[in-house]
Ligand binder design. Structure first.
Ligand code: OVM
Length: 401
C-alpha cells in the first residue's frame, strides 16, 4: 500500500488511522504503516506517522524537538484553539511541565500507593465476587468501567453522584486527539454538561479531605502552584485515569478469555502476574497513538520535517514491531514484556502507571483466587475509537473453580 515519493514513503489518502476500515481491524493496518518505513507521510491528514519502536523511542526522548505544548492530537495549538484549557501535564513542555509533574508525582508517591492498596484489594475482591454471582454478564459496563469509577475516583476524592460523566469526559479527551471526524463529533455531543461536572469535581471544595485531589491543593497552599493550576492538575487525574484503566481491564479479560491456556499458566505461576499485565498492555495497548509537533526543522531517518509538522506515534504498532519482539502477535505471559511503550517514555511517561498497575494487579490476584476460566457468553465487540483500543461489548462468564 505504501507509495514512494522520492525517498519518502507515503500512504495514500485512503489510508486513514482514524477511519472505519483501519479502526475496524487495526493490527494489519498498523503493520502496513510500520513496514512502509521508519517515518511515513499520511496524505489523509498532512501529518507524519511512525509505528517503529526505535523511532518512537527516539522521538519521545527528544521533547525539545518533538514538543507536547502544541497539542498531542492532530490539532496544532499554535494555530487552532483547543476545546479545553490545555492540560498542564500532557500538553505542556518544560519548564512548566517540570513543576507540574513534580507536584503530581509527589501526590503519587510510593507511600501514598501503599496506603491505597488495602482499599483497592477490598474493592477488587467485592467486584470479582459480584461478577461470579452474576453468571453471564456484560463485563465492560458492569465490571471494567465500574472498577476505576469506584476505586480511582474514590482515591482522587471526587463526588459519588454523576461519576458516569467521567467516562464521557475520557471519551471526549481521547477521541478529540484525532481529526474532526464523526467519532470526534459524537464524543463532543454532550460536552457542556460533562465539562460542567468535571470542572466542579476538580474544585477544592468538592474533594474529600484525604484524597489525591486534596494533596494537589496542598501544593497550592505551599505556593508551588496557583489555585487554578491545582484544579487543572486534578483534572488530569480524571482525564487520564479512568478510560485507560477500564480499557486495560477489558483488554486483559478479552485476552485471557481468548487464550485460556495463558490463564491456566498464570494460575500455576501467579508470580507471572505483573509480567502478564505488561504483556496485555503490549499486545492491546489502551492508549494506541498520539502526536508530537516539531519545534523546528529536523532530519530523522533520511526525512526532513519542517517546523509544526505533526507526527503520529503508533505505540500499538511499536509494541508489535518484529524488530523489537519475537513472535510479536503472540500473547505469551511468560515473555519479557517490559520495554513496551504503552505508558510512553521520557519526560511524559505515564505518571500514574504505578497506580494503574496496582489496580490491575489486585484485580488479577482477586480473580486468580476464584476464577477457573473466562468464557465468552456472546460476541465481543471492539470499539472504533480515535485513540483508545478497547471493547464496547464483552459478554463473559467467570467460571468458578
Ligand atoms: C491530561 C491527560 C489527558 C489524557 C491523557 C493523559 C495519558 C493526560 O489531561 O493531563 O495521559
Amino acid at each position: 500500500m505504501a507509495e514512494q515519493i522520492g525517498t519518502v514513503p507515503s500512504l495514500p489518502p485512503s489510508f486513514d488511522p482514524f477511519g472505519d476500515a483501519f479502526l475496524g481491524d487495526p493490527h494489519p493496518h498498523l503493520e502496513t504503516l510500520r513496514e512502509a518505513g521508519p517515518l511515513v507521510y499520511l496524505k489523509a491528514h498532512d501529518a507524519w506517522a511512525t509505528g517503529r519502536h526505535d523511532v518512537i523511542a527516539q522521538i519521545l526522548s527528544d521533547n525539545e524537538t518533538f514538543c507536547s505544548g502544541r497539542g498531542v492530537g492532530l490539532a496544532n495549538f499554535a494555530s487552532e484553539k483547543p476545546w479545553r484549557t490545555p492540560s498542564l501535564l500532557l500538553e505542556t513542555d518544560p519548564p512548566d511541565h517540570t513543576v507540574n509533574r513534580t507536584v503530581i508525582s509527589r501526590a503519587l508517591s510510593p507511600s501514598v500507593q501503599r496506603g491505597l492498596r488495602a482499599e483497592f484489594e477490598h474493592q477488587a475482591d467485592s467486584f470479582v465476587a459480584d461478577a461470579m454471582r452474576r453468571g453471564a454478564f456484560e463485563a465492560v459496563d458492569d465490571f471494567c468501567i465500574r472498577v476505576p469509577l469506584k476505586v480511582f475516583a474514590d482515591a482522587v476524592g471526587v463526588p459519588e453522584t454523576g461519576r458516569a460523566h467521567l467516562i464521557a469526559y475520557g471519551n471526549m479527551v481521547f477521541n478529540t486527539m484525532g481529526p474532526e471526524n464523526d467519532r470526534y463529533r459524537r464524543a463532543m455531543e454532550n460536552h457542556e454538561a460533562v465539562i460542567a461536572w468535571v470542572s466542579n469535581a476538580c474544585q477544592r471544595a468538592s474533594l474529600t479531605a484525604d484524597g489525591l485531589g486534596t494533596m494537589i491543593y496542598r501544593a497550592a497552599d505551599e505556593e508551588t502552584i496557583d489555585e487554578a493550576s491545582a484544579a487543572l492538575i486534578v483534572r488530569s487525574f480524571l482525564s487520564a485515569g479512568i478510560d485507560t484503566t477500564a480499557a486495560a481491564t477489558a483488554n486483559l479479560l478479552y485476552l485471557f478469555a481468548r487464550h485460556p491456556e495463558q490463564w491456566a499458566k498464570l494460575k500455576q505461576d501467579p508470580g507471572l502476574t505483573r509480567n502478564a499485565i505488561d504483556e496485555v498492555l503490549r499486545l492491546e495497548s489502551p492508549f494506541q497513538c498520539y502526536f508530537r509537533t516539531t519545534t523546528g526543522p529536523v532530519r530523522i531517518d533520511g526525512v526532513t520535517l519542517a517546523e509544526n509538522a505533526k507526527v503520529l506515534l503508533c505505540l500499538g504498532a511499536a509494541n508489535r514491531d518484529r524488530r523489537r519482539w519475537t513472535e510479536p502477535d503472540t500473547f505469551d505471559i511468560a515473555r519479557k514484556a517490559t520495554g513496551h511503550l504503552a505508558f510512553g517514555m521520557g519526560i511524559h511517561g505515564c505518571v500514574g502507571q504505578m497506580l494503574a498497575r496496582l489496580e490491575l494487579e489486585v484485580l488479577v490476584t482477586a480473580m486468580l483466587e476464584r476464577v477457573a476460566a473466562f468464557e465468552f457468553a456472546g460476541e465481543p465487540v471492539w470499539t472504533k475509537h480515535n485513540t483508545l483500543r478497547t471493547l464496547d461489548a464483552l459478554p463473559l462468564r467467570f467460571v468458578p473453580q
